[in-house]
Design a protein around this ligand. Sequence first.
Ligand SMILES: [Mg+2]
Length: 267
Amino acid sequence: MEQRLDYYCLVGFAPETTSPEDLGLLAIPADDTALFLDFDGTLVDIAPTPDSIRVGSPEKSLLDELHRRHNGAVAIVSGRNLIDLDQYLGGFCGTISGGHGAEMRHASQLLSGVSCDLARLEHIKNAVMEFAIIDPRVLAEDKRYGIVLHYRQHPELECKVRDFLKSLIDGDEEFELQSAKMAIEVKPKGISKAGAIERIMQFEEFDGRDILFAGDDATDESAFSWVNEQGGISIKIGEGPTRAQYRTQSPDSFKSWLKAQSGTARS
Ligand SMILES: [Mg+2]
């Protein structure tokens, strides 16, 4: 049999241009896998504004079914505020991490969040809010541990938004920028979705399982890399360069795959 040498295996890394496998080729054992799911763009379609997404009973039913099938080893890992996620996923009893890991709830208990200079954060928030008032083409999203400027309605404003936020936190030791889809966020340094997953993996129902993380955005790429290093499974939803191992087209196709895994797919 011809032996095929894989250059990227030899050099020990894969570039962003490596094509992920089609998600349809993957099957996961529920007993051995812990699910970590991003929310916007992964479980629900991206909407023109953060508060105009649509979450229905199918999504809630799917999460409940996954939670049962994986014996509780299911977590939502999102950049949104925890309170927002609770509002959209009311009744979900699994673990939820909000604010890119700054907030967490596990087994109905709120866990201590990130510590940062709240007075400095308030100053940053006020400046960003003022920017959005002066230029109403952008939308400011106030978060508990950060603030986001969205320019989805005016993509041409990306440079203006980035330059403003860069100048605002230039030299700051506590805060940094995080790029997302048509949005840039100011968040505390040192928090990440990878960090949230690592913390959640210490909980009893997750311990010892293989990690599966699915996300759609630039904010998820560092978590993909970390999950790959842990020997886990990474899944990119949608187009674009990625370090994820698998790809699927959309939240709908991802949910169909999840349903099929859990045996709840309907024809
Ligand atoms: Mg997302």
